[in-house]
Each structure stands twice: as C-alpha cells, then as structure tokens.
Write a new protein. Sequence first.
Length: 406
Amino acid sequence: MRVRDLTADDYVPYRAMTADAFGGVFEDTGPRPFDPGQTAIGIDSLDLPGGVEGVLAAGARIRHDHITLGGGVVRCGGVGGLAVHPAHRGGGVFRELLTGVIDRCAAESMAASMLYPSNPSIYRRFGYQVVARGERLVVPLVDLQRLPPVAGRRLVPVTEVTLPRLHALYRELTAGENAMLRREGPLFAQGMPGGGWSALLLADESGADHGYLSWTRGSGPGSGLEVHEIFGRTREDRLALLRSLGSWSTVTEEATLRLRTEDPVLDALPGGGSRPAPGPVPLVMMRVIDTAAMLRARRAPAALRGAIRLEVVDDTVPSGTGRAAGRWLVTAADGDITVTHGDGEGDTEILGTVRLDVHAASLLLVGGRTLADARRLDLAARAEPSAEAFLDALLAGPRPSVMDAF
C-alpha cells in the first residue's frame, strides 16, 4: 500500500471518514484544497483487498508548526485527524500511515512530532511518548476578589488595535518554555478570535505591557468563566490579573483556569478552595524526528562545557525512517551546542556515553526532565555519571506545556 499526498479531490472522502471516526456532521461542499500550513496524506482504499475507488482507507493531516525548545525554536509536525476507515482496520494500515507521517515530518525538516492521542498505547508503539497533559483548575472567584490592588498597573481592553501587543507578549513570555506553539500564520489567524473570546492587557503607567488574561464567558445555568490563559512577567503581575478575575464574582461564582505545567499562577492563588476541573485529562505525546536538530536548536547553559557521545536506538519503525536513531558527539561551550554525527573527537574531554531508546529521547529532548525521570518510567536511559550530569544540565528547564489543541 502506498502513502500519498491528498489533493482537493480527496477533501470530501477524507472529511467523511474523519466525521465518521470522531463524530460530527459533515456537509459535502465538493472538492476544495486542504487548509494552508498543513500537509494531508493518505492511503487509497482501492490499493487494499475489498477496496473501492473514491474512498480513502486512511488519512492524516500534518501541521507545520514551530515550538519553543530550550531558548530556541524548532519545526514540529502536529498530527491531527488521523483516521482509518472501518473496512480497513486491523490490516496494518495504521502502521503504514503513521510510518508515512514520521517519514514526511523528516522530509519537511521537522525536528519533532506532536499529537493528542485518543489511545496513547497505539502511538507509543511508534516511538511517541507522553510529555505533558492539559491542566484545568476550578477557582472560587470570591477568593480572588479579596486580593489587594497592585500599584502601578492598569488594565487595557484587547481590540483589533491592541491585539498585536498581546501576540508579541505571548511570544516573549513563552520564549523560555518548552513545547509551546509559536502561533504563527497561516495556522493561526492574526485577527480577533470569535466565539465570545475576550482579553485584557496589563500595562504599567508608561504603557509597557506586563501580562494578559483571556477568557470566554459561558452561557446557561451554572456556567462560569473559562479562562484560556494568564501570563504575567512577575508574581505581582499575576496577582493583578487574578484580582481582575475576582471582579466577575458579582455575576458568577467560579472560573476554570487553563494552566501550563507547574504554572507560576499556582503560586499566586490566594485560597485553598481550588479543585481540578472535572472531565478527561488530555495527554500530549511527542516523538523525536531528528535528534541532532532537536539538540542544535537549544541554547546551552553559559557555564556548561564538555562533550558526550549520544546513542539513540529506534526499533519502533523501519530502519531509515526519520532521523531519531544514530550516534553523535554532543559538545557544549559558551552557550552553544555542536552536534557531530559519528564518534568524532571533540576539543574538550569526552565525559562518557549516553544511550537512549527513542521513547527516552522523545521524553528528554523536549526538556525539563532528567535521565532518572526516564528510568522511573522504565525507559532505556543509561550513562556514566559524568555524562548523565552533563546531559541533565544541557536539557534543564521548565517541563513541557502545550496550550493549543488541534
């Protein structure tokens, strides 16, 4: 069976298949191009036993995203709408399609791939590893109402005119995070979002921006406030934004906050009445596609100097699929990371060898985890003590967070 690019003529069969797989109603509007900023691939039903012309056996969309990584940015293939037709399940079609996804990500010079799994175990067979989860917290607004005002801060409505300031602030405040999408076009519209979305900027007396808050007001009995993001430069800025949320206590009792992993907002919440939001917890899985590119994109700690040999083994896909597997000499000096294929000698002392399987590499290279964390998950992560300390220091940082669903 052959994995091929989907065209405008495949749009209707693909949408019909995904509507059947994930639910929803699809209206046949005729052939049309897939949305820009993504690559759609699939397998024809006609290539398989019992296949029919004009039907897709499987299909998926690969988003062309950029994500933050250790102070740098890498290209990332966000996988969405991956579905297999009921007539062709269980015959290896899923394996062929997902292998094609990984191959295509490599061909598009993407260093990593990301997805929200409906069934994590099947994606894990192909090297994907859980790296983050969605965090939502229900907060009583009466707690926030009692927060004192923060001197020197004022709130500014977000409109078409001020929205670029919010976008610039998001990019600035997430630059040091791991796995956050950069929210660039064409996948992200630059105009005001619809659906009741609102936001406030937090500025100082000179007009400089220090943070923002975005939300949607629910409708109907018992509906509260759905807070999409709270970002502030400092703890005081986050307190000022939380206090503004407290003003909603006259019309609703609670707000549901969507948070980053180990979000600094948690340190600013004043009361003990918060509770996890009900419902399923979305998981985020990632897979390294190009190990060397993942490392080269990062900034090394300024004081870190040394070199290790890194070996990654990937037995989840056929040999030659992607560029995760291999051996490299990894060197850090003066804040830069150099990655050389093979066992070349560096100018500095080689501290030892780190050996990872693809699951450990996928967990570690996105940042914020140690080799000990990987071993606790029973992933293959072995190293001499000095080499382990070096790689842990190289990959240190906040744990991955993903705030965008697709």
